[in-house]
Design a protein around this ligand. Structure first.
Ligand code: NDP
Length: 338
């Protein structure tokens, strides 16, 4: 079958897509998320070739990755990653919206002036309306407050999330990068309002283990899950930089805020040693680093970034070996602490 308007075959997702993926329950909610999710922070903007972004989204969906993570400011330019997803939905996946979990966020600077940043009711509500237009959808599945705002009362930001959920524009709500105490306070406020607060989105990887010091316990107590971002430390926990900084890598792209100075000798030494541990498990470093984040029951999904289809294939392939022997964990800890 062809679509006359697009002059290319209409996409038919792989029939076995739900057999390749495992799905994990998000806290004590009804929401199941794929163990691997795809994030559209970089490589899905208007500066990137649409056919590559499209191929990654379609491949992810074919592999059972039902969850696509966005934010108002992803691009560049900001907003264009949502437009890319919107175009793929419109041209390729429009029949599959109900099989997808699409998230967006607001909390970082998006437009000039006092109403396009942080956590006011004005910003969170207006920004979601913009996101929905860019994606061409009526609702998101998860809407996050993207970062804590030290100046806006938490009551106000949480009341905005509550209103958004009640208006039908988000099915679930979450918070991102909130510390343990703010997360507990948010849960109390949202619990009193009866808001469907089911998820947190913190950074977590072998080089940044802050969630092990209080947040995981808070998630347990509250009964919510989390999707961890940058599980590969933006590529440092892969074999990408072991032979130098390739021209097509994230560290070499001038429009990405991840400069070559982040690729330090210390990180490379650790990556090299971790890579050997991974090889002994029959994985590469990217694969081991990703499944390592999933060893906590509170971690529902690891949201990876990708610049090519093969990276998504590798992430899903890693799910065949998610178990860690105590010895392996000890060796990993020793390398990281060295
Ligand atoms: P990762 O840590 O997964 O880094 C992704 C990068 O790692 C890719 O772009 C690629 O680099 C490299 N990579 C991925 N797979 C492989 C592989 N198999 N082999 C070698 N290199 C590989 O995640 P991100 O930092 O991109 O974050 C993921 C998502 O998390 C974002 O898209 C976003 O949705 C979310 N996020 C949320 C934040 C928040 O505040 N809530 C903040 C940041 C991210 P290369 O491009 O060089 O090929």
């Amino acid at each position: 079958m062809t679509d006359a308007h697009l002059r290319r075959p209409v996409v038919t997702p792989a029939a076995g897509r739900y057999e390749t993926m495992s799905y994990r329950r998000c806290g004590r909610s009804g929401l199941l998320l794929p163990s691997v999710s795809l994030g559209l922070w970089w490589n899905f903007g208007a500066v990137d070739p649409h056919e590559v972004s499209r191929a990654m989204i379609l491949r992810a969906f074919d592999l059972g990755i039902t969850h696509f993570d966005l934010a108002n400011n992803y691009g560049p330019p900001p907003g264009s990653a949502e437009e890319t997803l919107g175009r793929v939905l419109r041209e390729d996946l429009r029949a599959y919206r109900d099989e997808m979990i699409i998230s967006s966020k607001a909390g970082w600077r998006m437009w000039p002036g006092p109403y396009g940043d942080w956590g006011s009711r004005k910003y969170l509500i207006a920004s979601l309306d913009q996101s929905l237009k860019r994606m061409g959808i009526d609702y998101v599945d998860i809407y996050y407050h993207h970062r804590p705002d030290p100046d806006t009362p938490l009551e106000e930001s949480m009341a905005a999330l509550d209103q958004i959920a009640r208006s039908g524009k988000a099915i679930y709500v979450g918070v991102s990068s909130y510390g343990p105490e703010d997360t507990r306070r948010a849960a109390k406020l949202l619990g009193e309002l009866g808001t469907p607060f089911v998820i947190h989105q913190p950074r977590y990887n072998m080089f940044d283990r802050w969630i092990e010091h209080g947040l995981l316990d808070a998630l347990d107590d509250i009964g919510i899950g989390c999707v961890v971002f940058s599980p590969l430390a933006q590529g440092l926990l892969t074999d990408r930089y072991l032979a130098g900084i390739a021209a097509d890598s994230r560290a070499a792209k001038p429009h990405i805020l991840f400069g070559a100075d982040r690729v330090t000798q210390d990180k490379l030494d650790k990556a090299r040693r971790l890579s050997e541990v991974a090889r002994a498990r029959g994985q590469n470093l990217a694969q081991m680093a990703m499944v390592w984040t999933l060893r906590h029951p509170q971690v529902t999904s690891a949201v990876i970034g990708a610049s090519r289809v093969s990276q998504i294939d590798e992430a899903v392939g890693a799910l065949n070996n998610m178990a860690f022997a105590d010895d392996e964990l000890r060796v990993i800890d020793t390398i990281l602490a060295s």
